[in-house]
Design a protein around this ligand. Structure first.
Ligand code: C2E
Ligand code: MG
Ligand code: MG
Length: 733
């Protein structure tokens, strides 16, 4: 039974079975069974295309019940009118909704036609089918109807579509590289060749390391593989190298492909060149963080860096400083000469500021004529940091005061006011720091512009004090406020063999000032040069006096020479002039140098020392042990003596480390034929210990404190016992 609900279907089919009249009834029943149970949709029509049979598979596919379709014309029922029309047009068949389109081509030579069609279901949805239509003839060969077998090809269509998409995608803008599980390249697309310069032939069979730029380290690749292995996918930015050697940034996606059994089969990498993106990104960054006129960091970037600097300061304990710089009377210039000229001034200011700071510091423009300089790593001492910041501020003030050529040949002059606030260990927010520097700037403007002001009062006081000291120091020479003291040096028998001159400043406003309080400032400001010349002159004058007295004629006088003074190109000349001026025996003069001098420009130092040695002048290395110098390094320089720094001697009886260092210095000094002086010997115990370990020369309160030169002379002439029987030069080396 073909169809329970409609026995007529059987008779219809019977009719078609006529050509198979030879078929016995059993076989006929079998055929019916096959049709009924076939997986494919089977439809039978009469010659006009009216449906006479419709199997269950067809019902399932199309959603119609038998009684809804029987006797109806199939093209009208199941087909899209447009598709029929198109096909009819293509085949040159007339009558669009006509069944003839479906059976076009059938004939004596062609018993069946096959074509892809779109079936429309009862619910309006569509399904692509492959439709095979064959003629059904009776025994006489007359056409009785048509048999249509339709198979759902939506899966195949989908696959075809996917393949088409894949093929198009493969030839997309992005480079694609497919490797096997061992990472051998199997396939690349045109974009790959365009991007990397490697053709498919060159790439296939190689591994992706072909493209390695060397910019990523092993840790980067390790992390990439970890992620790829864990998640099956990695995405990120990477630098690769083209065939021509050029590196380029790319955005890379790698997917791991497994087969149905879970076995790793391929890696598919997709990447695109993001150089342009990077440029755009950096342009955007530039616009967002830099001032377009001066190309300096803007307020936003400054605040950003300031935050970072504050955090860094918290870690390092180092001070930093924020300087706000404002061009005095900028508005007047802008208003009178126009904005173009004003802009030129600002650009010039920016370039001068950049010249005043170290690498790592930031110069920014806040807007208008307000600039900010941020200094970092100013050391862990507040006062010293303040001094450093002030020196930079002074340099800036000086640099900005130079004439500006803004239009034509006319020179314009502008001064600047600067407000400074120090920062330390993230104790204030960036905004607060800026505000403080701003307050300091207003104070600077208040006191008449062209000045520097600190936010911190104590800092300001300290710096004012320093400024006053400097002013006093500048006047001291002219006012004849310097004095020389002398401190005796003795040998093992405590006989005086010479003296060291030590500078004193009898300042009108502040009384006696010790060198520790003014020499560093004199060095910084360069005042040490004229002061040093004065000391040298006075020391030679004293040696002249000594020469005429047999009690002192054979003593030597040591003069401290600071690095800045020694570096004067005509230093040798200055010394020989002073010696000549007073007709002094150069052998009586000893120059004390410190280790810091020996660090730079060694050739020049050695040359000058040798020139002076040739004159007869001798050298002593002062404060030995506090610096870097090893004794073997010292051999390059013609020293005759070294003085062990007072700090080691002070604790020699308490601190075994210090004692060990001193013993080693004495032993090595003796080996190198340098005579060793122990500085700052204050008591007999220290003296005895030093003498026991081979030290032969001593200086310190135990033998005499520094005293005015006249007192020193008086002391010697009054006490014959301490006079040396021999000149020191005869005793040593
Ligand atoms: P220095 O050359 O190492 O001088 C020795 C310092 O130690 C002197 O300090 C001296 O007064 C002090 N002193 C000596 N014996 C003792 C002692 O037993 N106990 C203690 N507590 N101190 C002792 P002063 O005079 O204050 O000089 C300090 C430094 O200033 C000198 O150290 C030297 O580096 C520098 N100086 C002094 N005069 C001059 C100068 O004319 N030119 C230059 N460039 N520097 C100078
Ligand atoms: Mg000295
Ligand atoms: Mg010393």
């Amino acid at each position: 039974m073909i169809h329970d609900s409609d026995p007529s279907s059987v008779c219809c089919l019977e009719q078609f079975r006529q050509p198979l009249a030879v078929t016995p009834p059993a076989l006929c029943a079998l055929q019916n069974g096959i049709l009924e149970n076939a997986g494919r949709a089977i439809l039978v029509t009469d010659t006009a295309g009216r449906l006479v049979y419709f199997n269950p598979a067809a019902q399932r596919m199309l959603g119609y019940a038998w009684e809804e379709v029987v006797g109806r014309v199939t093209p009208l029922l199941f087909h899209l009118p447009d598709e029929l029309a198109e096909k009819a047009h293509f085949l040159g068949v007339s009558g669009t909704a006509d069944f003839s389109v479906l059976i076009a081509g059938l004939g004596p030579d062609c018993p069946a036609v096959e074509a892809d069609w779109t079936y429309v279901r009862k619910d309006g949805s569509t399904v692509p089918v492959s439709l095979t239509i064959s003629q059904m003839r009776d025994a006489a060969g007359a056409i009785q109807g048509y048999l249509a077998i339709a198979s759902d090809i939506s899966k195949r269509r989908k696959l075809e579509q996917d393949l088409r998409i894949a093929a198009i995608a493969f030839e997309s803008q992005a480079a694609i590289m497919v490797t096997d599980a061992q990472q051998r390249i199997l396939q690349v697309n045109d974009a790959f060749t365009r991007l990397t310069g490697y053709s498919a032939e060159e790439a296939i069979g190689r591994t992706p390391s072909l493209l390695k730029s060397g910019r990523q380290d092993a840790a980067f690749y390790a992390a990439m593989w970890r992620e790829l292995n864990a998640t099956g996918r990695w995405q990120g930015e990477i630098w690769n190298r083209r065939k021509n050697g050029e590196s380029f940034p790319e955005w890379l996606t790698i997917n791991r492909i497994r087969d149905a059994s879970g076995q790793l089969t391929h890696y598919v990498s997709t990447f695109s060149d993001i150089s342009d993106l990077k440029v755009a990104e950096s342009e955007i960054h530039h616009l967002a963080f830099y001032d377009p006129l001066t190309a300096m960091p803007n307020r936003r970037l400054l605040l950003n860096r300031l935050e970072k600097a504050c955090s860094a300061s918290k870690r390092s304990g180092q001070y930093g400083a924020l300087l706000i710089i404002d061009i005095d009377h900028f508005k007047t210039l802008n208003d009178t000469l126009g904005h173009a000229v004003g802009d030129r001034l600002l650009v010039e200011v920016a370039s001068r500021l950049a010249g005043c700071i170290r690498e790592g510091d930031t110069a920014a423009r806040l807007g208008g004529d307000e600039f900010v300089v941020m200094l970092e790593n100013l050391g862990q001492n507040a006062a010293a940091a303040g001094v450093k910041a002030e020196i930079v501020a002074e340099n800036i003030r000086f640099a900005l005061a130079r004439p500006y050529l803004l239009s034509g040949d006319t020179e314009y002059f502008r001064s600047a006011s600067i407000g400074i606030s120090l920062f330390h260990e993230h104790d204030k927010t960036a905004d607060v720091l800026l505000k403080q520097a701003d307050i300091a700037l207003y104070r600077a403007k208040d006191v008449g512009r062209n000045t520097i002001r600190f936010f911190d009062d104590a800092m300001q006081t300290a710096l004012d004090e320093r400024a006053a000291l400097e002013a006093g120091l500048r006047r001291a020479l002219a006012r004849d406020e310097f004095l020389l003291y002398a401190q005796p040096l003795v040998d093992t028998e405590s006989r005086v063999i010479g003296a060291e001159v030590l500078l004193r400043w009898q300042a009108a406003e502040r009384g006696m000032v010790l060198p520790g309080d003014f020499i560093p400032l004199a060095e910084e400001t360069g005042l040490i040069v004229p002061i040093g010349l004065w000391v040298l002159d006075q020391a030679c004058a004293e040696l002249r006096r000594w020469a005429s007295d047999p009690q002192t004629a054979r003593l030597y006088l040591a003069v401290n020479v600071s690095a800045r003074q020694f570096r004067q190109p005509d230093f040798v000349m200055q010394v020989s002039d002073a010696l000549a001026r007073y007709e002094v025996d150069p052998g009586r003069l000893k120059l004390e140098l410190t280790e810091s001098l020996l660090l730079d420009n060694v050739e020049d130092v050695v040359e000058k020392m040798q020139a002076l040695r040739r004159l007869g002048v001798r050298f002593s290395l002062d404060d030995f042990g506090t610096g870097f110098a090893s004794l073997s390094y010292l051999k390059r320089f013609p020293f005759e003596q070294l003085k062990v720094d007072r700090s080691f001697i002070r604790d020699i009886m308490r601190n075994s480390d210090d004692a060990g260092i001193v013993r080693a210095i004495i032993a090595m000094g003796n080996t190198l034929r340098l005579n060793v002086v122990a500085e700052g010997v204050e008591d007999a115990e220290q003296h005895a210990y030093l003498a026991r370990h081979g030290c032969t020369f001593f200086q310190g309160y135990l033998f005499g404190k520094p005293m005015p030169l006249a007192d020193f002379r008086r002391m010697l002439s009054g006490n014959r016992d301490v006079l040396p029987p021999l000149a020191v030069g005869d005793q040593v080396s």
